[in-house]
Design a protein around this ligand. Structure first.
Ligand code: SF4
Ligand code: SF4
Length: 354
């Protein structure tokens, strides 16, 4: 591909790239060249660490391979990029706290990127070392150049923020506004989904390292990954929907998943084309889309998961069920006409007519 890395990253940041595997070498170069220049700090709030696992399991390119193939100077020793990451970093305990403080106090040349996984809770529910997690995030946000909220808990509150919410969990953006850091909140990059998709983080990081700011939607999500509606623009099961053919529990696996509770009509992500697990499948192939990337998820119209949306989206202003009836009716009529023609032909043959 005759495209500079900068062009590619611009493309990834604005138009979306389905598979990033062909750009593996470009991405590795970006990270390798950034080793002394970019300082990444990955903090974990109220979360299940599924986003860290999702990132670590990125298959092509393999993130662990990227991190271990970048060596420190001529030593041959692999560096651990980010500077700190709770789940993957070899350090822990007081050494981990020291590394976060080093990152905060680092004043040399270069860029600082803060990644937060998990939602923010009220004081007293989450502590790291001798400080409340809220304090850590505030201190880190003050000195960073870019902030990425990775996964739906961090981007929109996610599961900890769901109805009941005993810990007062909220999104990173709401937290930053609450503590008066509106300027930081405005520029946050939200990479929602539960868990976050590794491609979205790798491409966003590579873009920021190259100095390309991704174009964001009204929820601060990169348009490249969240610019298209699943149901209207991408779902491979849409032809079933248009013909009124629906999968039903215990009856038929074939068909559109709307009646199983699919939230694709109210969800904007590139899951059907980017897919998951090394680009092999996505949720609707195995069940339904629960809408995990949307701000109101998992409440509002997104819950309970296996409940139909209150109304069927229309096709050319006609409900899909009507299309279904019309389709079945038309098909039945076509079968009847075909049978009639066949019978007529048979009679003619018996009479010896042409
Ligand atoms: S309802 Fe779900 S499965 Fe059906 S076409 Fe829309 S997105 Fe696809
Ligand atoms: S298909 Fe839907 S539920 Fe699955 S990851 Fe994408 S947005 Fe989330």
């Amino acid at each position: 591909m005759n495209m500079s890395r900068r062009d590619f990253l611009k493309l990834a940041a604005t138009a979306g790239v389905i598979s990033i595997a062909p750009f593996k070498m470009d991405i590795m170069k970006v990270f390798a060249e950034a080793k002394d220049y970019v300082h990444i700090n990955w903090l974990n709030g109220a979360a299940c660490t599924g986003c860290s696992v999702s990132f670590a399991q990125s298959a092509d390119p393999d993130v662990i391979k990227i991190l271990t193939s970048i060596t420190v100077g001529n030593s041959g020793l692999p560096i651990a990029l980010p500077d700190w990451m709770y789940v993957l970093h070899p350090a822990s305990g007081s050494l981990g706290v020291e590394l976060i403080n080093d990152w905060i106090n680092h004043s040399g040349p270069g860029k600082k990127i803060l990644i937060v996984e998990g939602s923010m809770q009220q004081e007293g529910f989450c502590e790291t070392g001798d400080k409340d997690f809220r304090e850590w995030v505030k201190n880190c946000a003050e000195v960073t150049d870019n902030i990425i909220a990775f996964g739906s808990c961090s981007a929109f509150g996610g599961i900890p923020h769901a109805k009941g919410n005993v810990t007062g969990a909220m999104s990173l953006q709401d937290f930053l506004r609450e503590v008066g850091m509106d300027d930081k909140a405005e520029k946050i990059i939200n990479l929602s989904r539960c868990p976050g998709h590794p491609d979205s983080l790798i491409l966003t990081l590579a873009s920021l390292i190259e100095g390309v700011e991704p174009e964001l939607d009204s929820y601060n999500r990169p348009v490249a990954f969240y610019g298209k509606n699943i149901h209207n623009e991408q779902c491979p099961y849409r032809p079933f929907y248009d013909r009124g053919i629906f999968a039903n529990f215990g009856q038929s696996e074939q068909g559109c998943r709307f009646k199983l509770g699919c939230k694709g009509p109210v969800t904007w992500t590139d899951c059907p084309t980017r897919r998951w697990n090394d680009h092999t499948a996505f949720c609707i192939d195995r069940g339904i889309c629960i809408g995990c990337a949307e701000p109101a998820w998992p409440d509002g119209e997104f819950g309970p998961f296996y409940t139909e949306l209150p109304s069927l989206p229309t096709v050319l202003n006609i409900p899909a069920e009507t299309w279904g009836t019309a389709f079945v009716g038309a098909a039945a009529a076509a079968v009847a006409v075909h049978a009639g023609r066949k019978a007529l032909t048979k009679k003619k043959e018996e009479k010896g007519e042409e």
